[in-house]
Design a protein. Structure first.
Lengths: 691, 56
């Protein structure tokens, strides 16, 4: 990722950076290969050319004037970063040795450069000495807290912030060097204060992001001082998940995340005020992204916390009594149902798909990050319907709640329907959401809701988005009389995510039609199935645009074909594809490694076509897959997150709840199949006994 | 505010074996997973201090 600082910086400073690189290269030739000077091949970071960021505060200096200072700073910064390795990872002797040698080499070379720039009596050296003394003091204090040699209650906010400032004093050395070179100290005090405030803000962000690592590595922080009453915290591996979950709850719902983010923002605001009168200060290109990151995160944390508190107050009571499992399939189904229920109790936060779709990328939005669970909850409701049939309707109140939620998420303008991200006006309602919501509503017994909320967008889809070849577009947009918003959606379809039919979306929507009014929509479904037959790959699978791997598309196409065209030659070809791709461990996967999501989807594909096209060995394949699913289950009864939806390149979505939901569906399907086979055998024996 | 979850493996097949009872205002029902995912997304955003200008 190239995040380019102001163009002026690049054009003015790049020649100096290149010159410094050449000097560094010559220095490096004198040292053994392992004794790397600087950051080696790592991308350049702010600290690698730090003094240049303040150049406009010292107008008499040119980039060339501070090349030596910059190189000395680079060496010193990387040496100081190695202190962390030496201090934190002493158990690795080789790493410790190399780090210490690199540290020594860089300090020597940096000192050699600095002695050429500043005479021994220069004030610069006094600043340097003071920094080193303060740095040493801060490291020792921190270590005392870390090992419990100093009482935890002494780790107050002023102490924590003082340690941050003392540990980041190298900034002051860079500024002191600039003052010495320019003979101008008019900005020194303000810049020192501003950079101290920036370091505090940056540390607050780090404290929040790394709080689990800090706890694990026993590194004290202001955030942890607010969170845990005793130090050091003893957490063994078995307690880890529970302790982190409880502390995480306190961190967010106790307002501590809010507090450190506010502190970061306040510090950045004060830093900006201190430097507001310095024109074109490149350093602001460093502070602005941190401010944006903290600002948007704070808004979203506050929003999510408020929403969850509100939901937890009103979410109804639900009691579930699971009978003992009749076979291993049902046990797997009950385990996943238990896990899904627990996620429901927590508001399905784990399921939510959060994506960055900011205004700067052309979206008419007020927030950068968008979150949605509509499609996912419609999928889950469908799986709950499978389980509900085994539980004699026990899940009905839960299903009613979910259907009401889906109704509440519908679009109330345009053609209605559901959009994957309703908070992004450029995203049109789509046939995948519509088809999945229809399935959930119909199977949960809410035909009236389908008539009221699904028929209007369905009418537009079948009237304006159907093609002569039998395919259906994914996006639901009227051909004529488009509103400005719909015109904009059409433009975004064209330029961003593409228009046209998508196999898996069509299969999902057409299957919903077979559930809703099979006779009324028979012609549409048959035309669509004919189209999908032409889209089958040579290996028997179907390609999905919006989902990872071949198993989702193949499973939903098989489900449609099994009810709409059970004699299609596409079915045995697809089954053969599934049979051929089972791994020796019993699972299926996106590559050589099996994963529980691909396995559950492949099992579903195999199950739906058993009546007409099954093989005797399919049940053996399924039982082999069952052992894989049992082995891949997590301790809390759920299954791991696997890449599922592919909203854009390199931006995968996966969810433990979604994986567990497909495991539930597959387990129910094969439990039914096993039970039906057993009943069939029992009947035959009874008939034979009667004879 | 209460939550019960019991599992009795000694029950015969078909008998109730697992009971969940959930009521509102249960602190245990406050999710942190979405918040953690949001934090990770913020961390994955381009590092403002990680520009690639030249090569050492």
């Amino acid at each position: 990722v190239y995040t380019v600082i102001s163009p002026g910086f690049r054009s003015q400073v790049q020649p100096s950076i290149d010159a410094t690189a050449a000097v560094l290269g010559r220095l490096q030739e004198r040292w053994p290969q392992e004794v790397v000077l600087g950051g080696g091949k790592a991308p350049l970071k702010t600290l690698d050319y730090y003094p240049y960021l303040f150049l406009s505060a010292f107008p008499s200096l040119t980039p060339q004037d501070i090349e030596g200072l910059s190189l000395a700073g680079l060496l010193y910064v990387h040496a100081s970063l190695l202190y962390d390795i030496v201090m934190d990872r002493t158990e690795d002797a080789y790493l410790g040795t190399v780090s210490a040698l690199r540290l020594q080499a860089m300090q020597m070379e940096a000192s050699h450069l600095l002695y050429q720039l500043f005479p021994p009596a220069a004030a610069f050296w006094e600043h340097f000495r003071r920094y080193l003394i303060e740095y040493a003091d801060a490291c020792l204090q921190e270590q005392r807290f870390a090992v419990g040699a100093r009482p935890w209650h002494d780790y107050t906010e002023p102490v924590a912030l003082e340690l941050v400032v003392k540990k980041n004093g190298l900034s002051r050395i860079a500024l002191a060097g600039l003052v010495e070179l320019s003979r101008d100290n008019s900005r020194f005090a303000a810049l020192v204060e501003a950079t101290n405030l920036f370091h505090i803000a940056n540390q607050m962000w780090d404290d929040l992001h790394d709080w689990k690592d800090d706890l694990h590595n026993r590194l004290p922080s202001l955030l942890l001082s607010r969170l845990v009453p005793e130090w050091p915290v003893q957490v063994n591996d078995t307690q880890c998940r529970d302790v982190y979950e409880q502390l995480g709850r306190t961190l967010y719902y106790g307002g501590h995340a809010h507090y450190v983010l506010e502190l970061a923002l306040d510090s950045l605001h004060r830093a900006d005020r201190l430097t507001a009168d310095i024109p074109d200060l490149w350093w602001h290109d460093v502070t602005a992204p941190l401010r944006d990151k903290c600002q948007t995160l704070l808004q979203d944390v506050d929003h999510i916390v408020r929403r969850n508190m509100q939901r937890a107050r009103v979410q109804p009571r639900f009691t579930l009594c699971l009978p003992s499992a009749l076979d291993p399939w049902q046990q797997v189904a009950w385990d996943s149902l238990d896990f899904i229920l627990r996620q429901w109790q927590m508001g399905f936060g784990e399921v939510r798909h959060i994506m960055s779709l900011p205004a700067r990328h052309g979206f008419s939005v007020s927030q950068d990050y968008h979150s949605s669970d509509i499609f996912q909850r419609a999928l889950i409701a469908d799986a709950l319907c499978d389980a509900n049939e085994l539980l004699e309707g026990q899940l009905q109140p839960w299903l009613d709640y979910e259907v009401a939620y889906l109704v509440s998420c519908r679009l109330t303008s345009g053609v209605g329907g559901w959009s994957y991200y309703p908070s992004v006006p450029e995203i049109a309602p789509d046939a995948d959401d519509l088809g999945q919501v229809m399935q959930a509503m119909l199977r949960a017994g809410h035909q009236d809701a389908v008539k009221e909320y699904c028929e209007p967008p369905l009418t537009v889809l079948l009237r304006d988005n159907a093609r002569p070849d039998g395919s259906l577009e994914t996006w639901i947009l009227p051909t004529y009389g488009r509103t400005p918003q719909q015109a904009r959606q059409a433009e975004f379809n064209r330029s961003r995510w593409g228009s046209g039919p998508d196999n898996e979306v069509m299969a999902n929507q057409l299957y919903a039609l077979t559930l809703y009014k099979p006779l009324d929509y028979a012609a549409t479904v048959q035309r669509g199935v004919t189209y999908l037959e032409t889209q089958q790959e040579d290996d028997g699978s179907w390609v999905s645009k919006w989902y990872y791997g071949p198993y989702y598309g193949t499973a939903v196409c098989l489900r449609l074909f099994a009810v709409a065209r059970p004699g299609s030659p596409a079915i045995p070809r697809a089954l053969q594809f599934l049979r051929c791709h089972q791994h020796p461990d019993g699972g299926w996967g996106l590559d050589e490694a099996s994963d529980p999501l691909s396995t559950a989807l492949a099992l579903l594909g195999l199950a739906v076509a058993q009546d007409r096209s099954g093989e005797r060995q399919d049940y053996e394949r399924a039982e082999h897959a069952l052992t894989y699913l049992q082995r891949s289950q997590d301790a809390d009864q759920g299954w791991p997150q696997v890449q599922f939806i592919r909203p854009r390149m390199h931006d995968p979505y996966g969810s433990r709840t979604i994986t567990s939901m497909y495991v539930l569906k597959a387990a129910v399907a094969w439990h039914r199949w096993a039970a039906a086979q057993a009943a069939d055998r029992y009947q035959k024996i009874a008939v034979m006994g009667g004879q | 505010m209460s939550m019960q979850h019991t599992t009795d493996h000694s029950q015969p097949a078909g008998a109730p074996a697992s009971v969940h009872e959930v009521t509102s205002l249960n602190v245990e029902n406050l999710d942190v997973q979405e918040l953690e995912r949001r934090l990770e997304l913020a961390a994955a955003a381009p590092d403002p201090g990680c520009w690639i200008l030249g090569k050492f």
